[in-house]
Ligand binder design. Structure first.
Ligand code: PAF
Length: 294
């Protein structure tokens, strides 16, 4: 069957209605487009769980703050449609801003504590924008499953929490971060990097691995683990770390005196032209530490 493509809510609704009448279970991959292998991994993950995969492409103005990259965020719908079709996506929903927000919304989804830590502290309205658009997309598509990437770990936990708090019926699948051969986490924003900074960007992953290695060697002092990660980043020219931290999950709180249980190592760092975020999720026990999927 050829891939169905639309910019309109009424049309995706009609397509979904027909798919459901045939008994199809629906999966949603929400994206902002400029697809890469990471997104395609989401499609593959959902193809294991459902009968029809819908991929949404929408650069959501609500989640960008003033001075952020909304206007220059990479967009290439034709390329995205070709990649989606090749991956076996069944329908693409790519609305215009006026379709999603015919008038500025009066009603938004506010994310309290979790929305104001780390990414939320640096980007104060970001998670409100994310939660609002994800809530809308989930209402429009009403999927059985939706996928969110581990790369945006805090977003994954914000969405899980929203689904729980608001009794939404969807099930969320977490898709592990897909990396370039040198370890850099795939992101549509990597294309902003100069070639020099692109080569240096893998230091973020190296720093996370250094943190994980120190936990595996028995270090349990969160400050010491953070110091090891920060020391890996310190010599990288032009890179300004914004946070380099160990947090407990699911609340992203700083650990008490000792690192124990399920924790995240998280880094956000800026080159002048692009911001990088990445993380590892680790299960820390009395006899070791191993990377896990959250
Ligand atoms: O992760 C993203 O690409 C976006 O934040 C999302 C989930 C599609 C919401 O706009």
């Amino acid at each position: 069957m050829p891939m169905f493509t639309t910019r309109h809510i009424k049309e995706i609704d009609a397509w979904l209605e027909e798919a459901r009448l045939r008994g199809a279970r629906i999966g949603l991959v929400p994206t902002m487009g400029y697809l890469h292998d990471g997104h395609l991994r989401h499609v593959a993950a959902l193809q294991e769980l459902v009968d029809r995969v819908v991929l949404s492409i929408f650069v959501n103005p609500l989640q960008f703050g003033p001075g952020e990259d909304y206007a220059r965020y990479p967009r290439d719908l034709d390329r995205d449609l070709a990649l989606a079709a090749e991956a076996g996506v069944d329908a693409v929903f790519a609305p215009e801003v006026a379709e999603m927000y015919p008038t500025p919304p009066e009603t938004v989804v506010e994310v309290t504590a979790l929305g104001h830590l780390l990414e939320g502290a640096l980007r104060p309205t970001h998670f409100q924008g994310v939660a609002t658009v994800v809530c809308k997309l989930l209402h429009i598509v009403r999927p059985d499953w939706a996928s969110f990437g581990q790369k945006d770990l805090q977003q994954l936990f914000v969405v899980r929490r929203m689904v729980e708090d608001l009794n939404m019926r969807v099930q969320i699948v977490a898709v592990p971060t897909v990396r370039e051969p040198d370890g850099l986490a795939m992101s549509s924003r990597n294309r902003y990097l100069t070639s020099e900074h692109r080569a240096a960007a893998a230091s973020v992953y190296r720093a996370l691995r250094a943190g994980l290695d120190s936990l595996a060697r028995g270090e349990r002092d969160p400050w010491a683990v953070e110091r090891v990660m920060a020391q890996t980043l310190a010599p990288v020219p032009d890179l300004s770390p914004q946070y380099v931290t160990v947090r407990t999950l699911p609340d992203f709180a700083p650990p008490a005196a000792e690192v124990q249980g399920r924790v995240a190592l998280l880094i956000a760092a800026r080159f002048p032209e692009a911001r990088l975020i990445d993380n590892l999720v680790v299960e820390v026990t009395s006899d070791g530490a191993r990377e896990i999927v959250p």
